[in-house]
Design a binder for this molecule. Structure first.
Ligand code: 5AD
Ligand code: SF4
Length: 442
């Protein structure tokens, strides 16, 4: 028997990249690779890159520069670049960095074994097509990796929204939904291997419209069917666009027990002028009305979001409108970023680019407010009993940690026999990023 080759994957960016990396590992597993967690001993290193914000390409080039020594020590080492930087800069990467053997865009991962064989034979391979076929269903079967009780499952990819700041419609392409039967099969398979919580992924997951047995299914229908799988206890989804929060999805938050009370619903800005310039196609008031409807369906839901400060043309008054919206919503946890001009997107070329120091100042003020809201949301859990799915041993001896229904990290004193179980936990104390609790009588 030949010894398997070792594969090291470094993943940047979003959860969809985490899922893709797993699937790439499986695709290359079929070509004789096993995953290693040290780059130094690897026969193939793949960088699964992200292009969404600042200096993404530069980071990839400097990471590649650091791999020079490894390649010199092991001439058989193959180096590949995958993900959105590969998609956006494929040819340029091959030109600028001779040590790269293969470049593969996010829609072509099912072709990896073929690309790897070409690289092994001494060639250099590039594939940044947007093929017609569904990459996941061409990857040969479903995920095989050994796993804990939680998993990601990509159900939708790409985006047709064209927000003026965003590269996703260019790097991931048009919106595509996987057929419902495939998603259900993959979910059953995960559950059979011990998974109890699945997070459905998509760049715009609530725009899901996969083919079902009786016509196209929306996300709500998919969630309701998934909820019927015996042993699948928790369902989440991310990330969503406000304009795709349809009535049945809002209703599911109220009546589907498996759908967890947490929703990531980015708004980006609270100023109508900026929302329009961003091509978001809704107003701040419409977003607030939507949040009110979702909370009416599920009063204890924790809302999360994304914000961009310093979008071209943003004035102090626009920024204040964002602060006002944040105060009105009361978020549980958010991500906030300085606007970063992405080559090829409409906003990058616009007048009124905001100076760096103004962006930094606004970001600091916004983050102070968001941090205070997160603290309040953490504190509000003290004294409550929440469901927790235990995922791994804690940092301290005798502890296990997991996520609450509301996606907050919770640790309790309990043995490792609790891993993979869901139990009610009484929250005793709150820290900025975690809660301490004790097992409550079931
Ligand atoms: N600059 C800053 N933030 C961005 N995002 C997307 N594109 C940009 C950009 N050009 C943020 C948005 C999005 C999140 C995934 O990344 O807030 O929701
Ligand atoms: Fe990018 Fe999301 Fe806008 Fe699509 S909806 S363009 S992925 S920010």
């Amino acid at each position: 028997m030949t010894t398997p080759r070792k594969l090291f994957i470094k993943t940047y960016g979003c959860q969809m990249n985490v899922y893709d990396s797993e699937r790439m590992a499986e695709a290359l597993g079929a070509a004789g690779y096993v995953v290693t967690d040290t780059a130094e001993t690897a026969d193939m290193i793949l960088l699964n890159t992200c292009h969404i914000r600042e200096k993404a390409a530069e980071k990839v080039y400097s990471e590649l520069g650091r791999l020079k020594g490894l390649k010199a020590a092991n001439p058989d080492l193959k180096i590949g670049v995958a993900g959105c930087v590969a998609q956006a800069e494929g040819e340029e990467i091959l030109r600028r960095q001779p040590l790269v053997d293969l470049v593969v865009g996010p829609q072509s991962y099912h072709r990896l074994p073929e690309l790897e064989a070409r690289a092994r034979a001494g060639g250099r391979a590039l594939d940044t097509d947007f093929p017609e076929e569904d990459k996941f269903d061409r990857l040969g079967g479903r995920p095989k990796a050994q796993r804990g009780p939680t998993a990601f499952l990509t159900v939708q990819e790409g985006c047709d929204k064209f927000c003026a700041f965003c590269v996703v419609p260019y790097t991931r392409g048009a919106e595509v939904s996987r057929p419902a039967a495939r998603v259900l099969d993959e979910a059953r398979d995960l559950v059979a291997r011990g998974v109890r919580e699945i997070t459905l992924l998509g760049q715009n997951v609530n725009a899901y419209h996969g083919e079902g047995q009786d016509g196209a299914w929306g996300l709500a229908r998919l969630i309701r069917e998934l909820a019927r799988i015996e042993g699948l206890d928790r369902i989440r989804y991310t990330t969503s666009h406000p304009n795709d929060m349809e009535d049945d999805l809002i209703a599911a938050h109220g009546d589907c027990r498996e759908l967890m009370p947490y929703l990531h619903l980015p708004v980006q800005s609270g100023s109508d002028r900026i929302l329009k310039a961003m091509n978001r196609k809704h107003s701040a008031e419409q977003y607030l009305a939507l949040i009110a409807r979702i909370r009416a369906a599920r009063p204890d839901i924790l809302i999360s979001g994304d914000f961009i400060v310093g979008f071209p043309g943003e004035t102090e008054a626009d920024f204040e409108a964002t602060m006002a919206l944040v105060r009105a919503v009361g978020y549980g946890q958010c991500y906030s970023f300085k606007y970063s001009p992405r080559p090829g997107t409409p906003a990058a070329e616009r007048e009124g680019q905001v100076p760096e120091d103004v962006k930094s100042d606004r970001l600091a003020r916004l983050q102070a407010l968001l941090d205070a809201q997160q603290q309040a949301a953490q504190q509000a859990m003290v004294g409550r009993v929440v469901g927790v799915l235990f995922e791994k041993p804690g940092r301290m001896q005798g502890q296990v940690v997991g996520k609450s229904d509301h996606l907050q990290a919770v640790h309790v004193e309990a043995g490792e026999d609790w891993l993979g179980r869901i139990a009610p936990v009484e929250i005793l104390a709150a820290a900025p990023n975690s809660l301490a609790g004790r097992l409550a009588a079931g």
